[in-house]
Design a protein around this ligand. Sequence first.
Ligand code: ADP
Length: 473
Amino acid sequence: MKELIGKIRNVDTHSFGFRLWMVLELFAVMVCGILWVILATTIWTTFENDQIAQVRQAGNIISSTYGREGFMDSLRSVARSGYFVQVLREDGSLLYSLDNTGTPAPHPQDNLVSVDIFDKLDETDGYYFYRGEDTVYNSQWLVQVQVMGLQDGMREVLFTSANLVPVSRVMTMLYSRLLLVTAAVLVVATLIALLLASGLGKPITKITQRASHMMDGNYNEAFPDSAYTELQQLSRTLDTAAAEFRRTEELRRDLIANVSHDMRTPLTMIRAYAEMVQQLSGDNPVKREEHLGIIIQETDKLTKFVNETLDLSRLQSGTVELHMEVFPLKACVESTLDDFRHLWERGDYHLFLSLDPGVLVRGDRRQLERVAFNLISNAFNYTGTDKTVYIEVAQVDGQARFAVTDTGPGITEEQLKEIWDRYYRIKRPDESSASTGVGLSIVKAILELHGARYGVDSVPGKGSSFWFALTAQ
Ligand code: ADP
């Protein structure tokens, strides 16, 4: 009991479950209240009107057969269906008097059936209706009096009477039932609130807990499943967000590791060789040249790394303005290829070109040349032992498509998701030491600025084909 009181005291009145419970209870109370009002205001008149209409109908059934063969039958059948019926002649003789079982009986209200009634009927055009008191049984009667016709010059009057079932008794019964219904509805509303609160409230609490764990840096717990579509969607969306956070976090760690590594290695080399020049090779021109060459090479690497990082940041921040023009994609590829001419002219590489001169694109030529350069340079770097690279420019389904294909190690499904990320490098023994992992991020940023589609088709062990497509002009 103490526990229960403690629980009630600790109820969070702002919680979803409590609010839901309140709303359902209020709704239930409102519905029951409306029922109570309807009952209290309309049932009395409806109920009595209904009984009056029934008496009228019963009287009319009998009077419609007056003077005909079926008169006695209709008198009896109406009486049996719950009415007292009397037929009184003007001379005071009571012709028929049947009780509600159809057996002859005096009317429980002796004073009702009297000759005085004829004076009254004179005033009311031969018909009237009234409510009479029965002091013996302490009940009320609804009585319809109507002149049916003349017999031997005397009026014959039909009394159709029904015991008025006291509305108050019915009302008491209905009220007690309604009280039960109200209590039952409140209990059911509480149960529904509990059910819904545990079905909705509990997963929400779990999601909140899980989200706060995520805030603390724990991205590995899955968000709970729920039977409700919206909560299920919320959980899945948060799962995706957690995966993204996890990836970003990993990327951040890698980034710090890579950047510090990428900067530290050339810096160490520069320092080491500068010391060597200072202490050892300063007087030896050959050695000195060699060591200074390495210093320059490492400085170039560092500069490339810093420049690429800056370029990428600018591209990604959207501060780079594109100078759009229409030009043949082939021309862009050819001017890029000039940078690699020495490679295949020396016969080191086999280059296969299929460049459609009619394919025009709209874009920033310098930036697209950079894209082509990075992709072609990767193809030369990573192609297989046959040293073959294929480059294609073609128009496909209204799209200007560029593709560069190599026969290198290819890229696994897992790595495919990451290669476009900044500083991501596939750790391979043959990976170039000049690799910064920025090239493809720059490609991605430029192509996205152009609204181009891009991708890579790769079969590990067979080679890769990097491509992009722009709307052909
Ligand atoms: P980088 O600028 O150092 O070349 P990229 O961003 O261009 O770096 O490439 C990222 C990673 O993707 C590299 O580590 C490389 O291993 C891989 N990669 C890029 N192009 C190819 C290719 N054609 N074949 C196989 N691997 C590739």
